[in-house]
Design a binder for this molecule. Structure first.
Ligand SMILES: Nc1ncnc2c1ncn2[C@@H]1O[C@H](COP(=O)(O)OP(=O)(O)OP(=O)(O)O)[C@@H](O)[C@H]1O
Length: 311
């Protein structure tokens, strides 16, 4: 049987005392996809990730990694993924090269292989020039790159990234995104938690929105955005006496009621394909418009829509 799911999570639940941190969540992660876990602070993302990576035992439910149960076959399941947290695995007092050597040896590589893998990873993550500096002198971006490099020593097919760019400046974030994209292009499956909606939008093929321990929505960023509503179209009518005619034309063309603010009309498009016929119709009716904007909903809108008022 071919396993097409890298991860299968079913009815996963974790309680801390009376508090249900993760409440009966189920989803699958396909091989080769980037899967984002998104949610407000305290939603349960880290708890879910810790259960998926065998660091925490669920109260009930099950996680399978490439078909292997994380409880019954914990060792085997663990050998199939790399985990990158907030530099938990990296020792601060020694150099990047020494860190990679130590973790390579801990992962069972021979001295020769450990040395080779260390050099490969230093090159791959642009750390060659700083390889012998102690980590105390490393920037946040360099630490993250090293942390990721450590988790890739054994070339896992599945990588968990816990908030990979939290605290990084915009330039270093963009570099980290590039690194992650490169991993994906080599066929890795990635699960990442993030507080950044634009990060999920940039990287994730599918996103699970978690709120109060529950999975509230799952889908591609585009599907989630489409749920919030269509694309917003807004434009101004140059001649005030043509506003009424423009509203009627919008209603005829799109079947929507435009909102009017002065000479500015605002409405929703079901799809971007509706734009050209509308502009042609306006031109044919000799209605002159200006300052046209078309705006797709952002994941921010999705997030607000799904979680606001519930926290
Ligand atoms: N060890 C623990 N003991 C008691 N409560 C806990 C423990 N770990 C987490 N919680 C609680 O469970 C809930 C979910 O926490 P979790 O850390 O999974 O959220 P999160 O979505 O990762 O949040 P953040 O984005 O802030 O990291 C929170 O209310 C948290 O206080």
């Amino acid at each position: 049987m071919t396993v097409t799911n890298a991860i299968e999570v079913s009815h996963l639940t974790k309680k801390f005392g009376d508090k249900i941190a993760v409440n009966d969540i189920s989803f699958n992660v396909k091989q080769g996809e980037v899967f984002g876990l998104l949610g407000p602070n305290g939603a349960g993302k880290t708890t879910a990730l810790r259960m998926m990576t065998t660091l925490l035992k669920p109260n009930s439910g099950q996680v399978k990694i490439f078909g292997h149960d994380t409880i019954e076959e914990g060792r085997l399941a663990r050998s199939m993924f790399g985990l990158t947290g907030q530099y938990a695995s990296v020792d601060e007092d020694i150099s990047a090269r020494e860190n990679l050597m130590i973790f390579s040896r801990l992962n069972g590589l021979s001295r020769v292989n450990a040395k080779q893998r260390t050099e490969e990873l230093l090159t791959e993550f642009s750390l060659v020039n700083s390889a012998d500096k102690s980590l105390k002198n490393f920037s946040g971006g360099m630490r993250r790159r090293l942390d990721l490099a450590v988790s890739l020593i054994t070339r896992p097919a599945l990588i968990f990234l816990d908030e990979p760019t939290t605290g990084l400046d915009p330039r270093t974030r963009t570099q980290m995104w590039e690194t992650i994209r490169k991993l994906v292009s080599h066929g890795s499956t990635i699960v990442l938690t993030t507080q950044y909606l634009d990060e999920a939008d940039q990287l994730a093929d599918r996103v699970a929105v978690i709120d109060h321990g529950k999975l509230v929505k799952i889908g591609t960023p585009l599907e989630l955005k489409q749920q919030v509503g269509g694309i917003n179209l807004s434009f101004s009518v140059t001649e005030v006496q043509q506003v009424k005619a423009a509203v009627k034309l919008v209603a005829d063309q799109l079947g929507t009621t435009a909102q009017i603010l002065g000479q500015r009309l605002s409405t929703n498009l079901a799809s971007i394909d509706q734009l050209t016929p509308l502009l042609i119709a306006l031109k044919q009716a000799k209605i002159v418009i200006n300052s046209l904007t078309v705006q797709e909903p952002s994941l921010d809108d999705v997030f607000m829509n799904l979680t606001v008022g519930k926290n």
